[in-house]
Write a protein that binds this ligand. Structure first.
Ligand code: GLN
Length: 305
C-alpha cells in the first residue's frame, strides 16, 4: 500500500496540472451544475486497506457505473438465461447508439451500453417486487453503506431530456425484448443512473469483483466466482463503449465509466480504484480519469497483462 500511496500522490499532482480538454456532460441538464475541476482518486485493496486524494468523499452521479450493479443483480436472479436477451460483444459504437439494434433484431450488443442496460432493467423489473427500493437495498447490502440513495433531481432531469433512451426502449420493445411498460422501465433506468456515491464508496462497493472470497457483512457471497469472472471480462471488452479497446490498451484493467466523470477499474485479486474528474472526452469518458489510470498502471506495473 505504501508504494501505491506515493505513486497515487505523485500522479495526482501531475495530472491535476494537465490542461483538461474535456467537457462536462450537459445533455442531462442537472449534471452540468457540477464543479468541473473536482478531481479525486481512491483505492481499496482486498486486504481492506484504503487510500484517497482530492475530493474522494464528495458524492457525484455515478451514471453508467451503476450498470455493473444492475447487471450483477440481474445475473444473480436470471442466471445464464440473461444472455438470451443481451449479448456480450463490444459494440464499437457510442453508448446511446440505435444503429445495431435494427440488424440485431433488438438484442443489444452488451449490458454496458444504454440499450443493454435498459434490457437488464426490464429483466430486473420482472423479478423485483419494488424495483427501486429492492435495487437500492441490494447496493446497500453489498457495500454495508446505508447512506446510498438516488438523486431524484438528476433522475427527473434525465427523464425530461432522455429522448434517445426513450427511442431505444420503444425500438427494443418493437422487437419484443422489453416485456414491461416502457415508462416504468425507463423510470427505473433513470433512477439507477442517478445513484450518488463518492470515490471511496465506489472503490469499496466493487471489491466483490476483485476479491474471490468477498462476502457481505451477513456472510453472503454476492455472486459466484465464475459470474464475477464474466462481469470483469465484459468490463474489459465493453466498459468504455467505442473506447474500450483504447482503455484496455492504455490501462490494462477491467473498468467502467459514467458520464458523471467517474471511472472504476478492478485489478482482480488486488484492488479496486476509482478516479473522478467530470470533464469527458469525445467518447464520453473522463479525460483526466483515463490519463490518471494509464499512468497508475504503468508506474505500478499492475495491469492484468
Ligand atoms: N444516464 C446516462 C444515459 O443514459 C448514462 C450514460 C453514461 O453514463 N454513459 O445517457
Amino acid at each position: 500500500m505504501e508504494n501505491y500511496k506515493n505513486i497515487i500522490k505523485e500522479i495526482y499532482s501531475d495530472v491535476k496540472k494537465v490542461n483538461d480538454i474535456g467537457k462536462v456532460a450537459n445533455y442531462i441538464p442537472e449534471l452540468a451544475f457540477v464543479k468541473a475541476d473536482n478531481f479525486s482518486v481512491h483505492i481499496s485493496t482486498i486486504n481492506k486497506e484504503g487510500f484517497g486524494v482530492g475530493d474522494f468523499d464528495k458524492k457525484f452521479s455515478i451514471q453508467s457505473i451503476s450498470k455493473i450493479l444492475s447487471l450483477t443483480l440481474a445475473y444473480k436472479l436470471e442466471g445464464e438465461k440473461l444472455w438470451e436477451r443481451v449479448d456480450v460483444e463490444p459494440s464499437g459504437n457510442p453508448f446511446n447508439s440505435l444503429l445495431q439494434l435494427e440488424s440485431d433484431l433488438g438484442k443489444p450488443r452488451n449490458p454496458f451500453i444504454n440499450s443493454g442496460a435498459i434490457v437488464v432493467c426490464d429483466i430486473l423489473f420482472s423479478h423485483l417486487k419494488n424495483p427501486k427500493e429492492d435495487f437500492l437495498k441490494f447496493c446497500k447490502d453489498i457495500s454495508d453503506n446505508s447512506t446510498l440513495n438516488y438523486n431524484k433531481k438528476v433522475a427527473q432531469s434525465e427523464k425530461d431530456s432522455g429522448f434517445r433512451n426513450i427511442a431505444l426502449t420503444n425500438f427494443i420493445k418493437s422487437f419484443g425484448n422489453i416485456k414491461n411498460n416502457v415508462d416504468d422501465v425507463l423510470d427505473f433506468y433513470f433512477h439507477i443512473c442517478s445513484i450518488e456515491m463518492n470515490s471511496k464508496e465506489i472503490s469499496e462497493i466493487f471489491l466483490f469483483l476483485a476479491d474471490d472470497n468477498f462476502t457481505t457483512r451477513k456472510g453472503e457471497r454476492v455472486i459466484t466466482k465464475s459470474q464475477a469472472k464474466r462481469i470483469n471480462a465484459i468490463m474489459l471488452t465493453c466498459g468504455f463503449y467505442d473506447e474500450s479497446g483504447e482503455f484496455a490498451f492504455k490501462v490494462g484493467l477491467p473498468g467502467k465509466s459514467g458520464v458523471g466523470g467517474g471511472i472504476v477499474a478492478i485489478h482482480p485479486d488486488k484492488y479496486c480504484i476509482t478516479v473522478w474528474s467530470p470533464k469527458l472526452n469525445e467518447k464520453g469518458n473522463s479525460y483526466k480519469g483515463m490519463l490518471f489510470l494509464e499512468k497508475f498502471t504503468s508506474k505500478t506495473t499492475s495491469s492484468i497483462f
